[in-house]
Design a protein around this ligand. Structure first.
Ligand code: AMP
Ligand code: MG
Length: 276
């Protein structure tokens, strides 16, 4: 069954303590990932399955699912939401995007705004950036001293464990793009009037800190990938590969939960018999 053509391609969770190189090139997709020509069709099939599963997940209502999307500028967080998450019923989805915290948010602990954005049971929550910015941009840009951000790795692991133990299934994706691909995508944002609005000067400042972010992401992945909230590194230079792999991850995650439509309460069924 190790035949390249028959094995189910699967992202493998980062193991605790694993130090990934996160080199210049975005990693190769897992073995068995369909060829370019078959990718779109395979993704369409997966997304249909995702839509069906999500309907049952919503009706079941016993668990919540949180998908955390992290990555550098132009890594494809928005595109993943549009193409992959957008394939299911929006009624069951809650998207939260995290930018620089407001004065009000800063007057609370950094997890306060995150906790409020958590999906309730039955819902899929998607974080476009997340509490991980509090150990990424905050660290790289020196927005808080090390004595403040360092303990956050432990705090985040504990916070996520609490969430998992209380009914939220958490999967976290690092959308890994290469430096070259980011340059091209940022250039497109400059050249295409329809994309200008996405470009901020801060993007270039963050790009100038490329290696610092690499180091910060390496720490995030090695220190905060756990059984209850694993990280997956998604090769994202090719959007179709990225969409396929995240669709696959969502399908497998929800399948693993085996969502069921609730049975009709016999008393209700009886009372409703022969209604007119
Ligand atoms: P974007 O996701 O490209 O729309 O930009 C959001 C910006 O908000 C990014 O530059 C993030 O680094 C920044 N951001 C998100 N969370 C935080 C945070 N906790 N502290 C400071 N900056 C943040
Ligand atoms: Mg940006």
């Amino acid at each position: 069954m190790s035949d390249r053509t028959t094995r189910t391609p699967r992202l493998v969770a980062v193991t605790a303590g694993q130090r990934l190189s996160l080199g210049e090139r975005s990693a190769a997709p897992p073995p068995g990932t369909p060829d370019r020509k078959d990718l779109e069709e395979a993704t369409r099939t997966l997304l249909k399955r995702f839509e069906t599963l999500q309907a049952a997940f919503y009706a079941d209502g016993r668990k919540a699912l949180l998908l955390v999307l992290q990555g550098r500028d132009a890594a494809g967080k928005d595109g993943t939401i549009r193409t992959v998450v957008g394939a299911c019923n929006p009624m069951g989805v809650r998207i939260a995007a995290f930018g620089p915290p407001s004065t009000h948010e800063l007057s609370h602990d950094y997890l306060w705004r995150v906790h409020q954005a958590m999906p309730p049971r039955g819902m899929i929550g998607v974080f476009n950036r997340s509490h991980y910015e509090d150990v990424l941009v905050v660290r790289v840009r020196g927005l808080a001293p090390e004595a403040v951000w360092k303990p956050r790795f432990r705090q985040i692991v504990e916070f996520e464990r609490m969430l998992a133990e209380n009914g939220t299934v958490i999967v976290k994706c690092f959308l890994h793009i290469s430096r070259d691909e980011q340059r091209q995508r940022l250039q497109e944002r400059l050249d295409d009037p329809g994309k200008n609005w996405k470009f901020r000067l801060g993007d270039l400042e963050d790009r100038a800190h490329w290696d610092d972010y690499t180091g910060a992401y390496r720490d995030v992945l090695s220190k905060t990938s756990t059984i209850h909230a694993p990280w997956f590194v998604v090769p994202s230079d090719d959007k179709r590969v990225r969409n396929f792999l995240i669709a696959q991850l969502l399908v497998e995650t929800i399948e693993g939960l085996d969502p069921q439509y609730p049975r009709m309460d016999p008393a209700v069924a009886k009372a409703a018999r022969g209604f007119s």
